[in-house]
Structure formats: structure tokens, C-alpha cells
Write a protein that binds this ligand. Structure first.
Ligand code: SF4
Length: 172
């Protein structure tokens, strides 16, 4: 079986700003969206970060205590989609939920999934997605869990089921 490569920037626990509840955040390395005034430009370089084994990250996920879920951020986890799928599945096996921050829009990911089923596999492992690039002109402190008002907090299972974007109601 092909060994899936994973490069991360860091893993952090007990965050209350990267999604609902108390969460651990896995910061993936690598992002090509290059949003102006991105807060994490050190995560852009696809050759940077730390190469880690998926099994080691799973071990860390298993040992988490008092966390409601795991947030995948970056960088952009969608650029390491195979590693993301494997880890997100594992998070669900550990009875925690999955939030994802991605610079792609939901529509772009659906389009990509028409050509490559891995994107659909990834979408199926996401409970909540904060989508789209950070746009400095739309920067807002009034929008919870987001940097700019173009970004949406999407209920992914319901959106897939209804074949249209359904936002998480309490964050609209
Ligand atoms: S998608 Fe996120 S990590 Fe990537 S450039 Fe935009 S704000 Fe930065």
C-alpha cells in the first residue's frame, strides 16, 4: 500500500476559536491560495513544516482528552487530501467531530470531486466547513470563527444530502 505523506505545521489542543467547543487543531503545511494578509504565511511552503507519520498523528488524536473535535486548518488541508481523509475518518472513529478550514469554496470542491472522487471522500468526512479565501477587505470581527465575511460555515452532511449549500444556522 502506498504510504501517504503528511506535512504539518503544528498540532495544538484546547482551542476555543477554531470551531465549536474545545478543539484540537492540526495545522497542515502547504497552501497555494496566497490570500493577502494571511495570518499564517509560514504554512504556505509545500516543502516546509514537519514531515510526520499518519500513525503518530493518530496516536496523538487517540490520546486527546476533553476535546469536542478536531479542526483541520493550515495551510489548506485539501492539498494533502489523502492524509486528510485518513485522519478525519480516524477522528470520527474516536467519536469526535471534524471541522475544516479551506481556502477553496464548497462549489470548487464539488467541481473537483466530479473529476476526482477523493474530493467527495473528503467532503463525506467533514461535519462543518469554513470555506473560501481570507479577503482582507471583508475582514470582520463580527463573524464568529471566520476571518472575513465571505467565508461561510457550512453544514457539509446536509449540504451533500440536499445538493445545495446549507449553512450552520446558529452562525449565519
Ligand atoms: S487559505 Fe488560509 S492559509 Fe491559505 S493563504 Fe488563505 S488564509 Fe492563508
Amino acid at each position: 500500500m502506498k504510504k501517504v505523506r503528511l506535512a504539518i505545521s503544528s498540532i495544538q489542543s484546547d482551542s476555543i476559536v477554531d470551531g465549536e467547543g474545545i478543539r484540537s487543531v492540526i495545522w497542515f503545511q502547504g497552501c497555494d491560495h496566497r490570500c493577502k494578509f494571511c495570518q499564517n504565511p509560514e504554512t504556505w511552503d509545500f516543502k516546509g513544516g514537519e514531515e510526520v507519520s499518519i500513525d503518530d498523528v493518530k496516536k496523538q488524536i487517540k490520546e486527546l482528552e476533553y476535546q469536542d473535535g478536531v479542526t483541520f486548518s493550515g495551510g489548506d488541508p485539501m492539498y494533502q487530501i489523502e492524509a486528510f481523509i485518513e485522519l478525519a475518518k480516524y477522528v470520527h472513529e474516536c467519536n469526535m467531530n471534524v471541522w475544516v478550514y479551506t481556502g477553496f469554496t464548497y462549489e470548487q470542491l464539488i467541481k473537483l470531486s466530479e473529476k476526482d472522487s477523493k474530493y467527495l471522500d473528503a467532503l463525506k468526512e467533514i461535519d462543518v466547513m469554513v470555506d473560501g479565501p481570507f479577503i482582507n477587505d471583508l475582514k470582520s470581527f463580527d463573524v464568529k470563527f471566520r476571518g472575513s465575511s465571505n467565508q461561510r460555515i457550512i453544514d457539509v452532511p446536509r449540504s451533500l444530502e440536499k445538493n445545495k449549500i446549507i449553512l450552520v444556522e446558529k452562525y449565519i
